[in-house]
Design a protein around this ligand. Structure first.
Ligand SMILES: [Zn+2]
Length: 121
């Protein structure tokens, strides 16, 4: 990535490449359009203060929505009974995706009701 210094995609490129440029939660494919690619970000699977937090093994590709869908994920870790230690990347993604999808589902309902263009029959 010589000469490519965008901080977001520049240092995320290896993570995005490993994940085939797809959001690990909703599957948005950054390879099909520039717009999709631009919405890809890096999502931490481990909470602040965890020794492995900045290890790329525990950072995955997520679209902006999925990354921020459940921004109280770590804050609510205890009451949700979330586990972090000894978990694999895939296990952590599955654990987090449950909460991401809940928010996504609420947004879908709202979108269908208030935003989506309707067919006039
Ligand atoms: Zn997503």
């Amino acid at each position: 990535m010589k000469g490519f210094d965008d901080s977001l995609r520049g240092y995320s490129f290896e993570v995005h490449k490993r994940d085939d440029f797809m959001c690990r939660y909703c599957g948005l494919d950054g390879a099909v359009s520039l717009e999709s690619w631009l919405s890809l970000s890096r999502d931490h699977l481990l909470p602040k203060g965890h020794a492995e937090r900045e290890n790329d093994e525990f950072i995955v590709t997520a679209c902006m929505f999925c990354n921020t869908a459940d921004n109280r994920y770590f804050e609510n870790a205890e009451e949700r009974n979330l586990q972090f230690d000894g978990m694999t990347q895939e296990q952590l993604v599955v654990q987090r995706n449950e909460w991401v999808q809940r928010t996504r589902s609420d947004y879908r309902d709202f979108w269908e009701k208030n935003v989506a263009k309707r067919r006039i029959d």
